[in-house]
Write a protein that binds this ligand. Structure first.
Ligand code: F6R
Length: 638
């Protein structure tokens, strides 16, 4: 039995929440609950009627159910299921169809009677859709309604494909997908243009009628919408918030997805807390920002009114606390990310010695280094450190087809222009063009095309490195094998991946490692890349050179550290912001028409500038010096 980390109910939460250390543990617990229900029903000779979801959230629940079937004899003979939704139009055997998803993840691996599972049919002629939807509803009723409904949640709060605006009594119907939903799915469909605009979805009414509803949310990418749904008002603008009126619902979440809740952001309002350094900084920063007052102007009264009398009683008066926090924040700021030579480093984030450090930046994709820490990267090089960048994955699936064609074209013309064109190069060129021309939406690229796409990204990364000022032999392309599936779905981290990571660390013997600590990446590559860093570092930590190696985490394109977590903030002038922007521009395949845009329509350089600008504004608001922008890092003690 997996232990729930916390069920602590906060008075701010209007939906009960089960918090687990990670998605794997939460999924096992949910699968156990479903298995119990199926068994109970079976004993009574009844059918268990389950509402099921697709997407990334329930995958581990399904794999655990399959395991329970295989290893513990859980039978699905008495199970009837109805899925929430299907894209429209959609052939059942298409690579992104939910029929295919359900078969691959569950139905093909358990003993369910195929007549007992139902997934909305994406092939119904448009004029027959209303009739079909009515039949779907009746079939659910005929089965007796749901004993259990499993849900994921969209970044916009959708449940099923009930997009914002869906009413609580909505029924099964055809629905136009929100732009943000399509953008989030665009990676699977090889770009927004190929992504379906519509879907058939069960309505909210049937979900509300289910005897039990369990909603899964994993990762920081879901944190905002979980907060809105659980703590916000009941509104059809956030369909999941309608579940506040369900009598038997829980949200099952991991650390990341619960991050924005009051119990995490202001735990002192929910329970007795231990006022250690971290908690104190969190409280003061929170108080200052919420009152719009610089830290040094906070008064005892401000603390008391905000429920922080405990802190003032134990460590006050406000004047002392303010000063302590102001100094702590001040000491996170440095223009010397590699340490300031010959300076007193007792109050600086980095060591002064050695003055010239070997630095290894791990970049999950070929552009994360410059997007996420370009200003720091440039400073490290200019301040004379030996900087290496190791690109962990090829990033090949994120190159649009027309870029691959453009580069093939160039090579073809170049070869002819110098008389190097031969039968083989011509044949490859024509094959590539032909494949791309006839490629079906969501079809996997051939290895040849993937190779070209990988090379495009490699040359862009090299261009950035030259621009920053490091030589080609300091750029390392690791091409970690876990990534090389040609699809958004990746393999798990393997031994070979870890070995490659260990080799490069041993080769460079760095004094500083920078890695992406970004867990909100929509296609999860960053998380695997971080796991690879952690694993390699932990296996190497007994080596002598590692004793002198510090690990700094930056955040990728999707998110920033909380201000109170930051341990090193590197300021940037307006000129430096521009230089970083131009470094990002070297990644032309990631401008316009980006394959993995996510639901944020800003380009990567805009996100980076907005984010770095916001960090600087927050420091300013807290009463520290006002900079144009700042890049932020957290030190990881391994
Ligand atoms: C899937 C569905 C959607 C997803 C939601 C979250 O059947 O109806 O509501 O649950 O879009 O998707 P993931 O889990 O991929 O983040």
């Amino acid at each position: 039995m997996i232990k729930v980390k916390s069920v602590l109910e906060s008075k701010f939460e209007k939906i009960p929440l089960q918090l687990y250390d990670n998605a794997a543990q939460g999924s096992i617990a949910v699968a156990e609950e479903m298995a119990e229900l199926i068994k109970e029903k079976s004993v009574k000779g009844e059918m268990a009627v389950l509402g099921l979801a697709t997407g990334s959230s329930p995958k581990r629940v399904y794999s655990e159910l399959v395991r329970l079937h295989r290893e513990e004899g859980l039978s699905f003979k008495n199970v009837i299921t109805f899925n929430l939704d299907e894209y429209y139009p959609m052939e059942p055997d298409a690579i992104n169809s939910y029929v295919r998803f359900m078969k691959e993840h569950l139905f093909d691996h358990v003993d369910i009677d195929p007549a007992n599972y139902h997934i909305p049919d994406g092939t119904i002629p448009i004029e027959k859709v209303p009739e079909y939807c009515a039949w779907y509803e009746e079939s659910i009723e005929l089965a007796g309604g749901f004993d259990f409904q499993l849900l994921g949640i969209g970044g916009n709060g959708h449940i099923g494909f009930n997009e914002p605006g869906s009413k609580v009594n909505s029924v099964t119907r055809l629905i136009a997908l929100d732009h943000s939903t399509r953008a989030a799915a665009a990676g699977d469909f090889n770009g927004l243009n190929n992504t379906p605009r519509r879907a058939i979805t069960m309505g909210i009414q049937k979900i509300m009628e289910a005897k039990r509803v369990v909603l899964l949310a994993w990762g920081e990418g879901k944190a905002n919408v979980v907060k809105e749904s659980v703590e916000g008002p009941v509104t059809d603008k956030v369909p999941a918030s309608l579940l506040q009126n369900h009598p038997n619902v829980i949200f099952v979440v991991d650390e990341g997805a619960s991050n924005k809740l009051i119990r995490k952001q202001q735990p002192w309002l929910v329970t007795q807390v231990l006022w250690d350094d971290r908690m104190r900084r969190k409280a003061v920063v929170n108080l200052a920002l919420s009152l719009g007052k610089p830290v040094l102007k906070l008064t005892d009264e401000d603390y008391n009114k905000a429920g922080l009398n405990d802190l003032v009683t134990q460590q006050g008066p406000a004047y002392d606390i303010n000063l302590k926090i102001f100094n702590e924040l001040q000491h996170t700021i440095t223009g010397w990310p590699g340490g300031k030579p010959d300076a007193d480093d007792s109050q600086r984030p980095e060591r002064a010695k050695p003055a010239r450090k070997r630095v290894l930046i791990f970049s999950p994709h070929p552009d994360d280094d410059i997007i996420s820490m370009g200003g720091t990267f440039i400073r490290l090089v200019e301040q004379g450190h030996e900087v290496h960048v190791a690109y962990q994955t090829s990033g090949n699936i994120a190159v649009p087809d027309d870029e691959a064609v453009r580069y093939s074209d160039y090579v073809h013309e170049f070869a002819s222009s110098i008389g190097m064109q031969n039968g083989k190069t011509k044949e490859i060129y024509e094959r590539v063009l032909n494949f791309i021309k006839n490629k079906k939406a969501s079809e996997r690229d051939t290895d040849e095309v993937l190779n070209i796409k990988g090379l495009v990204r490699r040359s862009e990364a090299r261009a950035t490195c030259r621009y920053v000022g490091i030589s080609d032999d300091q750029c390392h392309f690791l091409n970690l094998p876990f990534y090389e599936t040609g699809r958004p779905e990746k393999n798990p981290l393997g031994e070979q991946d870890v070995k490659i990571m260990m080799d490069i660390i041993e080769q460079v013997k760095p004094h500083q490692i920078y890695a992406a600590g970004d867990l909100a990446d929509p296609h999860k590559t960053h998380k695997v890349c971080l796991d690879a860093v952690m694993e390699a570092v932990s296996r190497l930590k007994s080596k002598a050179f590692m004793k002198d190696c510090w690990l700094w985490l930056y955040r990728g394109a999707w998110q920033e550290w909380e201000i109170d977590q930051i341990e090193m903030a590197v300021p940037m002038s307006p000129e430096e912001v521009k230089r970083k922007r131009h470094g990002i521009f070297k990644h032309q395949s990631q401008k316009d028409n980006v394959v993995f845009q996510g639901s944020d329509s800003r380009e990567f350089w805009q996100r980076a500038e907005d984010r770095n600008g916001e960090t600087a504004q927050l420091y300013d608001a807290l009463g520290l010096a006002e900079y144009e922008a700042m890049e932020a890092f957290v030190r990881w003690h391994y």
